[in-house]
Design a protein around this ligand. Sequence first.
Ligand code: CP
Length: 311
Amino acid sequence: MIGQDLLGIEPLERDQIELILETAERMQEIATRDVKKVPTLRGRTLINLFFEPSTRTQTSFEIAGKRLSADVVNFSASSSSLSKSESLLDTAKTLDAMDPDAVIVRHPVAGVPQRIADVLEAPVINAGDGAHEHPTQALLDMLTVYQEKERIEGLTIAIIGDIAHSRVARSNVYGFSKLGAEVRVAGPPTMLPAKVEELGVKAYTSLREVLEGADVVMALRIQNERLGGAFFPSLREYSATFGLDRAKLRFAKPDAIVMHPGPVNRGVELSHELTDERPSVILDQVRNGVALRMALLYLIAGRSGATPERE
Ligand code: CP
């Protein structure tokens, strides 16, 4: 994968996903060391180019790069020449002229990472674009499920909430389906995309039905910043119908785990209890995000022949 873009899960082959997950498992050990740093990407330069707020993705890409000894630059859009009317593509080309080894892009508009990748020499990693894809989130979700359940093939994954506006849902539908899981989605009819079954999933508008037999329950955030209109009567009604708590979780398998990409609207899509306590694995997802992004940076921005743990 050296020098290749990662723009989505849709174009990936199953063996590429498995390679990324296996490499991430090797990277996890580095976080347990007294000195959490290896020289694998020494001399490499990474640019975080985020045009939308982020806590988990930006910080974990930064930590991942630093644990691999790369030089990491966090580009600040608000203090850049974008505020002097420089275009997005000119900004990207300007940064590319400084010879980075990978550029990590988040943007509120779907397709922007692809447009940037089209004009850059450096490989581009999509850190979330509009309602299109969030491939690194889906990969860390797959890693988390694999480590919890010791398999993905044959599992039933229920994704609940604002499916239509969720890049996390799209990337997870592609990823878990490629690895042989049954993926179900559920939400208010206004939050299910038209022809959602064409993505290879089963769609439900009943929480009880989508949960029956589920091994993994993934709640999604209500994305007020993307809704731009009323898709359900009130947050209270949404929570009553699709919000998860321990009582409703009983419809799923007894050993079902609960996931959420974060940030959580506590008391809306998840109860406080299910946000904080097992079977919630939300903080495991966050922790795995560092190892997963280390694996991607190693695979995409590394030197051929280098091993993950050392040069
Ligand atoms: N899951 C996720 O993308 O979170 P951030 O917006 O905090 O990066």
